[in-house]
Design a binder for this molecule. Structure first.
Ligand SMILES: Nc1nc2c(ncn2[C@@H]2O[C@H](COP(=O)(O)OP(=O)(O)OP(=O)(O)O)[C@@H](O)[C@H]2O)c(=O)[nH]1
Length: 240
């Protein structure tokens, strides 16, 4: 699949799908590839340059997609994960995955294949009744840094074809719309799988460790107060 920034076509709701559905997305990738920047860009439309590399957060966000309210819970993982058990719990928690690399960092590209296999392996044990791999979108970020590029678009497309996962090349810095395409593409993949294999989205039991990850309810489009987010730096957005 190649880079294509047209939004996915409207999705028809399957019989079993409730009017509003919570979907859990895990954003994975090496450190400093732009996972936090991309997640925050998607939910607030703002590009925040500052970051805390150790921070791990679940962002709750509601968006209207094709006339439906979709509740996203997006787990932005820390790139340096040393605890194998913990990463396993996070992957079990997720329904769908955004796996990010930076076009300026070859190692982060090499890491994508390992992460895809890890996600497939962990989910193949827990998704009884489904032979499909879990929905994954591969994302090449920082395409604005053309002079520092170490991974070509073709490299990304070839990996996407080999692993059979959709691919988007984006600049989180330059484009809010491109980050929307990432999350909507994943949602579209999840809905396709839900209609072909409804049991694959049964929630798995996860450890209490997941409760320790701070949660932020960030709603820039459908806030109950009708107020949109206003903050000047990433620090303004952190929980107390
Ligand atoms: N030029 C450019 N810089 C970006 C882009 N996306 C993110 N960055 C920068 O890349 C750096 C790392 O971004 P983060 O969002 O913190 O990366 P991360 O993957 O969450 O990093 P960890 O928390 O360490 O895992 C920051 O300085 C961002 O401003 C982009 O599209 N273009």
């Amino acid at each position: 699949m190649s880079t294509n920034f047209a939004l996915p076509r409207p999705l028809r709701r399957s019989g079993s799908l409730p009017a509003s559905r919570t979907i859990r997305i895990v954003v994975l990738g090496q450190g400093a590839v732009g996972k936090t920047a991309m997640t925050v860009r998607f939910i607030t439309k703002r590009f925040i340059g500052e970051y805390d590399p150790t921070l791990e957060t679940i962002y709750r966000h509601e968006a209207a997609i094709s006339g439906e309210v979709v509740r996203f819970e997006i787990l932005d993982t820390a790139g340096q994960e040393e605890d194998a058990l913990l990463i396993e719990e996070k992957i079990k928690w997720g329904d769908g995955f955004v796996i990010v690399y930076s076009v300026t960092d070859r190692c982060s590209f090499d890491e994508v294949m390992r992460l895809c296999f890890l996600v497939n392996h962990i989910h193949s044990n827990s998704r009884k009744g489904s032979s499909d791999p879990p929905p994954i979108v591969i994302v090449a970020n920082k395409r604005d840094l053309e002079f520092d590029r170490m991974v070509t678009t073709e490299d990304g497309e070839n990996l996407s074809k080999a692993l059979k996962h959709p691919f988007c090349e984006v600049s989180t810095r330059d484009s809010y719309e491109e980050t929307v395409v990432v999350f909507h593409t994943l949602y579209s993949e999840m809905m396709k799988q839900l209609s072909s294999s409804p049991t694959s989205f049964r929630r798995r039991a996860v450890s209490k460790l997941m409760d320790k990850i701070p949660k932020i309810h960030a709603n820039s489009t459908l806030g109950s107060t009708g107020r949109s987010f206003s903050f000047n730096s990433f620090r303004d957005f952190l929980p107390e």
